[in-house]
Design a protein around this ligand. Structure first.
Ligand SMILES: Cc1cc2nc3c(=O)[nH]c(=O)nc-3n(C[C@H](O)[C@H](O)[C@H](O)COP(=O)(O)OP(=O)(O)OC[C@H]3O[C@@H](n4cnc5c(N)ncnc54)[C@H](O)[C@@H]3O)c2cc1C
Length: 310
């Protein structure tokens, strides 16, 4: 093991931010609030930054068999995280702007892996060992093309997420409502259990207040819906989305943002010759493209935008 003074030196050298708050929604799902030492960089709703902890830090996970300890490499373990957002403090009518906060909010799930010996160090089991007041590293830049640059004021916007993929959408939705977007906005979030819906109350209150905003949640492992699991793809394919919200999925005036599990997104593969093929499991991109939508492909922007978390 590194002697503790060596760890202290490594922390002082690398860390530039403080964990000011941890809100435990359930044992695997947290909202983390981080304040960088320097001035807060500005960002566009939807973008992401990077968090990191040293590989010398302990994990919370006894099954985590990472080969650290004797082979400490003194490197930072870094991962990308979308900027999440509280949307408002107490009053849903008083929506916040990113610059109203003196910290950043992240919405993170711990990923437990069964620790093959020698596996690369992971970040979330280390984050889960932190307490309020602990130090960590935050990337100096907030970046990303997953943002609202493509939206016109009359466009309908549909956000689809699995789990913590909801994080960037909260910030984007608050921004649109705050700027008076009056066309329909729909946020769909698919999780395993209802306890994994960390922003449900916040969003439901907004949906009650703004008639153009619809918040739809899907749970796939609750007892009552085990016999009929509905994924986001099913909701769209069956026409239930349109029936529930009263909107028409018209590609000439609708943008769709998809974030989280790559299986839900279903990003097409392109050969060098530009030939396109879709993954075996039906994803939203294939489904929507069959209905006249077009996914972003590098610089060629369409009306389906996506952020894959892995
Ligand atoms: C642009 C971008 C933004 C991201 N934003 C977020 C965010 O806001 N919140 C968040 O929780 N994660 C987010 N991620 C994922 C994050 O970067 C890490 O991959 C994740 O926290 C796991 O890190 P790890 O080191 O513990 O595990 P790793 O060793 O990196 O394990 C990766 C494996 O964990 C699984 N996994 C990764 N992310 C998730 C997830 N969110 N839910 C379920 N399984 C997952 C996948 O199977 C993946 O192969 C984002 C990723 C990208 C690329």
């Amino acid at each position: 093991m590194h002697p503790s003074d060596e760890i202290k030196t490594l922390r002082e050298k690398h860390y530039n931010a403080t964990m000011i708050d941890i809100e435990e929604l359930n044992p695997e799902l947290w909202i983390l609030r981080v304040r960088p030492d320097d001035e807060l960089p500005s960002y566009k709703p939807g973008q992401y930054t990077t968090l990191g902890l040293g590989d010398w830090e302990p994990t919370n996970d006894p099954a985590n068999n990472e080969d650290v300890g004797e082979n400490l490499k003194s490197k930072l373990v870094r991962r990308a995280y979308s900027m999440s957002f509280p949307m408002y403090h107490d009053d849903p009518g008083q929506l916040l702007a990113p610059e109203d906060l003196d910290h950043f909010e992240f919405y993170i799930t711990v990923v437990v892996r069964n620790g093959e010996p020698g596996q690369d160090p992971t970040l979330t089991p280390r984050l889960w060992a932190l307490k309020k007041g602990d130090r960590l590293w935050m990337g100096p830049k907030i970046t990303g093309h997953y943002n609202l640059d493509y939206i016109d004021p009359d466009d309908q916007v549909i956000f689809a997420a699995t789990g913590t993929g909801e994080a960037p959408h909260n910030c984007m939705i608050a921004d649109m409502l705050r700027h008076g977007h009056t066309a329909a906005i729909v946020s769909i979030v698919c999780v395993r259990y209802a306890r994994d819906l960390g922003y449900q109350k916040t969003n439901q209150q907004l949906a009650d207040l703004y008639p153009n905003y619809h918040y739809i949640t899907l749970t796939t492992r609750e007892e009552h819906n085990l016999s009929r699991k509905v994924y986001v793809q099913d909701l769209i394919k069956s026409g239930e989305l349109e029936a529930q919200t009263g909107i028409t999925l018209d590609p000439t005036r609708t943008h769709v943002y998809i974030c989280g599990n790559p299986d839900m997104i279903g990003v097409p593969n392109y050969t060098r010759e530009g030939e396109k093929s879709y993954p075996e499991t039906l994803g939203l991109v294939e489904l929507l493209e069959s209905r006249g939508f077009k996914a972003d492909h590098r610089r060629d922007k369409g009306n389906i935008h996506f952020e894959e978390y892995w």
